[in-house]
Design a protein around this ligand. Structure first.
Ligand code: UDX
Length: 454
């Protein structure tokens, strides 16, 4: 099938590459000429395991092309995916200007029937706005509104596992309208996704608004589980219980399940913080105050400070002349994404208390450097206290403690003898509960996990 993807960012690139992999002819549009130039010269502007190989393969086979040409992109696809960014507005609601601009462009250039698919995470009601923008353009050219049908097909992929998530999805959600154009769109979507449903049907067909809400409900539910576990972990610390035992004890209940019950330094990334806040905002617009979501957000903000609190409790609030090694900067492993990463809060707060930090991340160093420049914009002296080194063991030299923020695999079983030689004091603050407190005690390391019984 012929498919256009508008927006060659994270979701757009993964969607485009995976649909090309299934034999479709895919045209990826982006208005940023730099991004398109990188893609056309064999580069990939984001880090995602397996994506570059897939893009290379499909470009070479002539199934995947990248361009800034709007008219050509609209002409190409019978199915037009909108996968542009929806950054949060100042008030937390999703900013739809790029989605609406993409819709207008489609309406301005289309001459034959098109299925328009909202792939970006957009608030309930956005498909109506997209349809309105397209139909307005069509009417100015005396074209029938029935040429377009807007579908909601939210994306559930996780950064770091995006290609795999897309190729082997838990479920595919497709929301269509019940008019004749909607029914035709449903058939086209069914055909497009048929290869992903080969062994068993994974697609849930529903109305457009339910599909839009499903995406937010999924992310908000997961974020809620994390904040709940973080609160319990903090309580476990106080009462002397072990959150890891509790996690297993409750996860074994099939109604609860094991996933997303890990306590830590709070969730980050581009989705959970943005989507929880946007869902809250949508509810407010309808006069409903979703109290759970407000609590989820506020618990998460507090949790980003948990390691700093533990460090203060151990060393006092004046950290002048102290140096901390930071392992892991990205908001989670297998990505270079630093958006809303707890590391940024932790580093800023340690420096504010007078400390120096020596940081390392396996892939996010470039991105982190850029983020630190933003975070320390008003404090250039503070920025000088943030060092970056090319190896996790090198970060330890002469530090008063190790602070683990992201659970990269390379940090899971370090050489503890060497670690103890390098650190000035054998102390670990572990924001991801990577090690067993008893094993740490045996080797003589003072270990501070999150909710782990020491
Ligand atoms: C998430 C959703 O999982 C995905 O379905 C959606 O499409 C986009 O948002 P992503 O943000 O890539 O994906 O990462 P995810 O693996 O879900 O982790 C989100 C955050 O939660 C990370 O900061 C992670 O460290 C944290 N987390 C996750 C926990 O703190 N505890 C857990 O048990 C799981």
């Amino acid at each position: 099938m012929k498919v256009t993807i508008i927006g060659s960012g994270y979701v757009g690139l993964v969607t485009g590459a995976c649909l090309a992999e299934q034999g479709n002819s895919v045209f990826c549009l982006d208005l940023d000429p730099k991004k398109i130039e990188i893609l056309n010269s064999g580069g990939v502007p984001i880090y995602e395991p397996g994506l570059k190989e897939m893009i290379d393969r499909n470009r070479a086979a002539g199934r995947l092309q990248f361009s800034t040409d709007i008219a050509a992109s609209v002409a190409h696809g019978d199915i037009q995916f909108i996968a542009v960014g929806t950054p949060p507005d100042e008030d937390g609601s999703a900013d739809l200007q790029y989605v609406v601009a993409a819709a207008r462009n489609i309406g301005r250039h289309m001459t034959t029937a098109k299925v328009i698919v909202d792939k970006s995470t957009v608030p309930v009601g956005t498909a109506d706005k997209v349809a309105e923008a397209i139909i307005k353009e069509l009417s100015m050219r005396d074209l029938s509104p029935e040429l377009c049908s807007v579908v909601s097909n939210p994306e559930f992929l996780k950064e770091g596992a995006a290609v795999d998530d897309f190729m082997r999805p838990d479920r595919i959600v497709i929301g269509t309208s019940s008019d004749p154009a909607g029914l035709r769109a449903k058939e086209q979507m069914r055909k497009l996704y048929a290869p992903f449903n080969r062994h068993h049907e994974r697609t849930y067909y529903m109305d457009v608004k339910s599909a839009e809400l499903t995406k937010y409900a999924a992310n908000a539910m997961l974020a809620t589980r994390i904040s709940f576990m973080n609160e319990l972990a903090n309580l476990a610390d106080l009462v002397g219980a072990d959150i890891e035992a509790v996690r297993q004890g409750i996860g074994s209940d099939s109604r609860i399940g094991y996933g997303f019950l890990y306590s830590g330094t709070g969730y980050g990334g581009s989705c959970f913080p943005k989507d929880v806040s946007a869902l809250s905002k949508t509810a407010m617009e309808y006069g409903r105050d979703l109290k759970i979501l407000e609590a989820v957000e506020s618990v998460n903000e507090t949790q980003k400070m948990i390691l700093v609190e533990k460090i203060e409790k151990r060393f006092g609030s004046d950290l002048t002349n102290m140096k901390f090694a930071i392992w892991g900067l990205a908001f989670k492993p297998n990505t270079d994404d630093m958006r809303e990463a707890p590391s940024r809060v932790i580093i800023r707060e340690l420096v504010k208390r007078g400390a120096q930090v020596v940081s390392y991340d396996p892939v996010a160093m470039e991105e982190a450097k850029h983020c630190f420049e933003i975070d320390f914009k008003d404090n250039p002296e503070g920025l000088k206290k943030v060092a970056m080194v090319q190896d996790h063991m090198a970060a330890l030299d002469g530090c008063d403690a190790l602070v683990i923020v992201t659970e990269w695999k390379a940090f899971r079983s370090p050489d503890f003898d060497l670690l103890m030689q390098k650190l000035k004091r054998a102390i670990i603050f572990d924001g991801r509960n990577l090690y067993e407190p008893s094993a740490m005690r045996e080797v003589g390391i003072e270990y501070h996990g999150i909710g782990r019984h020491n």
